[in-house]
Design a protein around this ligand. Structure first.
Ligand SMILES: [Zn+2]
Length: 147
């Protein structure tokens, strides 16, 4: 199973040269895995994990992050139009990763607005994407279907 970003530039089947039926792929904004919450809400990520592991008996799980992720950028900068109902709450899943990165970079993610600091900008975004990936990987392990 591969949990990947919805970004069309990072298609897991192309990256792994997979044929139809070889990969069970779950894609969402920024390849996030939300916390395990067994309630009556709609949890597509948890349902996909449960289906892959319990029904299809998938043995391997990969959370695949990528560079220059728009979701991670949104996480770091916030939305220019915060009127949507779902995107910002979804990205809050990665807030713990964001805070760890900002602590380590002393808030340098704000340099998206400083093109003169381009190398540091890339480093900060990559660090946030990496933290987010680790956070989601741990979340897959917290789901009873995966244990
Ligand atoms: Zn992305």
């Amino acid at each position: 199973m591969v949990v990947a970003c919805s970004d069309s530039r990072v298609d897991p089947t192309m990256i792994f040269s997979a044929e139809p039926g070889e990969l069970f792929v779950l894609r969402n904004v920024a390849n996030l895995v939300p916390p395990y919450q067994p309630d009556s809400a709609f949890h597509s990520t948890s349902a996909a994990l449960e289906f892959a592991v319990r029904v299809l008996e998938v043995q391997d799980l990969i959370v695949m992050g990528h560079a220059m992720c728009g979701g991670i950028r949104l996480l770091l900068e916030g939305a220019s139009d915060p009127t949507g109902d779902f995107l910002l709450p979804w990205m809050r899943i990665a807030e713990p990763a964001k805070h760890r990165v900002l602590q380590r970079t002393h808030g340098r993610s704000l340099i998206w607005h400083r093109p003169d600091l381009l190398p540091q900008r890339n480093m900060s975004v990559v660090a946030a994407a990496e933290r987010s990936y680790r956070h989601s990987s741990r979340r897959t392990q917290g789901n009873p279907a995966v244990q």
